[in-house]
Design a binder for this molecule. Structure first.
Ligand code: PEP
Ligand code: MN
Length: 371
């Protein structure tokens, strides 16, 4: 059950205090307060968790400050689209960049940071193309325990410094342990907050519930959560809901393909047909990762790389974000070189994305015109 309070409800007000003391007395029910401060109004919602079935929505609706009660029995209580709360707008702005189901951003960058030179070459290329977002892996989960697992916190100062130098506003960066958040915060502070970070939960950690809870409790960084490679879409959406249930709903959901040899010759079975499904089931902006889906630089007879093809397929279906691997020298990359695009492919890739995005917007206009 979600209690939507009157706009601008003050925490110090006697009415709010009365509401809280009434909620404290409900047995078997816990609550979490979520406040969203907008430019003009501050909205407060209280999520009741536990055995809410016995609570009468009418009675709860009479409590002080409560404007509306939304009973949510469907899954993904907070992130899901439900008839009652469909109208709530769910875009969020982080470091000047807005993310929603109506926006579109490309995060091209290094799968793994290997050297300062690679980072600088990548960021310079992005700046030349007017890009303000990137991906940079500092903490890499690897199958082989002897493989390079990223430079970790040691590379953060130069990654953030260079991001500032080249006007990068948001860096998608996977974390594999809760301690990485403090390391990122510390490095941002040390370098004077030149950029922003979107915390990425990788496919191997989609159901690492304790990590999800920890990440969901912080409100500094938005979160990009990848679909689990071997679980159902419903299970992955529930994983995303863990983040929101702990208070952070600045969450983007990323499709990255499913692990099965049915997807051969691609590294994973591309699942971008689920872009509209995720947008229909939830309020989350949807990202696609064509690099980890395809996993190679294979080229079709039409001269277009498979990575370009599948990215366009996701974008024409309404994807809001593309996470894609590039490297100045893919043959020298320490992680995922075989799937990395080259810097001279950045401009054509961005153009191809723009073509597909325009086609998507035309498809939407076409459909609405016929209504
Ligand atoms: C990545 O984006 O670098 C990555 C490891 O992806 P995934 O978690 O989808 O394998
Ligand atoms: Mn990778």
């Amino acid at each position: 059950m979600i209690l939507v309070l009157s706009p601008n409800t003050q925490e110090e007000s006697p009415a709010y205090q009365e509401l809280i003391s009434r909620l404290d007395r409900l047995s078997g029910i816990q609550y979490r307060v979520h406040r969203v401060a907008g430019a003009e109004v501050t909205l407060t919602e209280i999520y009741l968790i536990g055995t809410t079935a016995g609570l009468s929505a009418d009675v709860v609706g009479q409590l002080p400050c409560v404007e509306k009660v939304v009973r949510v029995s469907e899954p993904y209580r907070i992130l899901g689209r439900h008839k009652e709360n469909d109208v709530r707008t769910w875009s969020f702005t982080y470091n000047g960049i807005r993310f929603g189901q109506d926006t579109f951003h490309v995060f091209a960058g290094l799968c793994a940071v290997d050297s300062r030179e690679s980072v600088e070459a990548m960021m310079r290329a992005l700046a030349e193309q007017g890009q303000v977002c990137t991906r940079m892996g500092a903490y890499k989960p690897r199958t082989n325990p002897y493989a390079f697992q990223g430079h970790g916190k040691n590379c953060l100062p130069y990654v953030f410094e260079l991001a500032g130098k080249y006007g990068i506003k948001v860096i998608a960066m996977e974390i594999t342990h809760e301690s990485h958040i403090a390391e990122i915060e510390e490095a941002l502070k040390q370098t004077g907050n030149p950029t922003g970070v979107m915390l990425q939960i990788g496919t191997r950690n989609t159901q690492n519930f304790e990590l999800l809870k920890f990440v969901g409790r912080q409100h500094t960084f938005p979160v990009l959560i990848k679909r689990g490679f071997g679980i159902t879409l419903d299970e992955s959406l529930n994983a995303a809901e863990y983040l929101a249930s702990e208070g952070n709903r600045n969450v983007i959901f990323c499709l990255r393909g499913m692990k099965t040899n049915m997807g051969d010759p691609h590294r994973n079975f591309v699942d971008f047909s689920h872009v509209p499904s995720v947008k229909r089931l939830t309020h989350m902006p949807v990202c696609i990762d064509p690099s980890h889906s395809v996993g190679t630089r294979a080229v079709s007879p039409d001269g277009i790389l498979d990575v370009f093809h599948v990215a366009a397929q996701g974008i024409i279906a309404g994807a809001n974000m593309v996470l894609v691997d590039f490297h100045p020298f893919p043959e020298k990359a320490l992680v995922d070189g075989p799937q990395a695009l080259r810097l001279n492919e950045l401009k054509p890739f961005l153009n191809d994305c723009a073509i597909a995005r325009e086609a998507y917007l035309k498809r939407v206009a076409n459909m609405n015109a016929s209504k």
